[in-house]
Design a binder for this molecule. Structure first.
Ligand SMILES: O=C(O)c1cc(=O)[nH]c(=O)n1[C@@H]1O[C@H](COP(=O)(O)O)[C@@H](O)[C@H]1O
Length: 271
């Protein structure tokens, strides 16, 4: 079985370092001329899959926008996961789960176990019930060749209140980085535990050099971050995966325009 670190490295090598978020905001459905119900959601999401899944390394459906439509919305998310993977993209399900260990085992089953319809290639996790509470997800990811992206420093300004707090001279974010690094130690070419570090930050204030895992960098485009921020924050760091949602999605519903917007962004970021 090929681990997530190797699969992500291969995907980025073949398709370039870009993740596009599938965030079906009601405002975007409206701008695309779609009805605001589950039919509009499905047409929006499947247009994204058709335009992007054959081209970009990683697609990141934002679970909240699917859950907002109840079980029929979740069924659309399942279809997005299956069809994106079939077209060759890795799927990072953005669900930001985190709970006590015994409940975390059920989330691990949902998002990381073979055969689950909600399992893509990776899932976003919140470590704020303690990094150790994520253990069932880490074990399942390792066993199934999947990955996790753990929130370290989020792109929103409110995150600093918790993430920059210090404990024994070390920030909470640095403790998350260190726990992820310990988990990834020795893995080749990269371990399965990635981190989320916002591209919008003035500075990271953490040492990422020993991570040996991927960094997902949200905030590109709609939240104001651009290529210069990525090199400023992460220059020299290993595999950095910038992610953008609204700034790409606003180019739909035309599939060619949507695809071109994603590829243009990818090329700008590489340059
Ligand atoms: O985990 C994430 O993807 C994430 C972490 C973070 O710190 N900030 C952040 O914006 N995100 C997600 O990334 C997407 C950003 O969307 P845009 O601002 O439209 O590019 C949303 O789905 C957010 O939930």
């Amino acid at each position: 079985m090929t681990g997530f670190g190797a699969r992500l490295t291969a995907a980025v090598g073949a398709r370039g370092a870009l993740c596009v978020g599938i965030d079906p905001h009601p405002g975007l459905l409206d701008a695309w001329g779609l009805p605001l119900g589950v039919d509009g959601l499905e047409r929006f999401a499947m247009t994204c899959v058709e335009a992007l899944a054959g081209e970009v390394a990683v697609l990141k459906p934002q679970s909240a926008f699917f859950e907002a439509h109840g079980s029929r919305g979740v069924a659309v998310l399942e279809r997005v996961i299956a069809e994106s993977r079939a077209a060759g993209a890795l799927v990072l399900v953005d669900a930001k789960r985190g709970d006590i260990g015994s409940t975390m085992a059920a989330y691990a089953q949902a998002y990381l176990a073979d055969g689950s319809p909600l399992a893509g290639d990776a899932v976003t996790l919140s470590p704020y019930l303690g990094f150790g509470s994520l253990e069932p997800a880490l074990v399942t990811a390792e066993a199934t060749g999947r990955g996790v992206f753990v929130l370290a420093l989020t792109s929103n300004p409110e995150g600093a209140q918790v993430q920059r707090a210090e404990q024994g001279g070390r920030s909470v974010a640095q403790a998350v980085v260190d726990a992820a690094a310990a988990r990834n130690a020795g893995a080749e070419p990269l371990g399965p535990v990635g981190l989320v570090v916002g591209a919008t930050l003035a500075e990271t204030g953490v040492d990422l050099t020993g991570l040996n895992g991927a960094i997902l960098a949200p905030g590109v485009g709609a939240q104001g971050a651009g290529p210069a921020d990525l090199s400023r924050l992460f220059g020299g760091a290993g595999v950095v995966l910038p992610t953008s949602s609204r700034d790409v999605l606003r180019h739909g519903p035309d599939t060619a325009a949507l695809r071109e917007a994603a590829l243009r962004l990818r090329d700008e970021l590489v340059a």
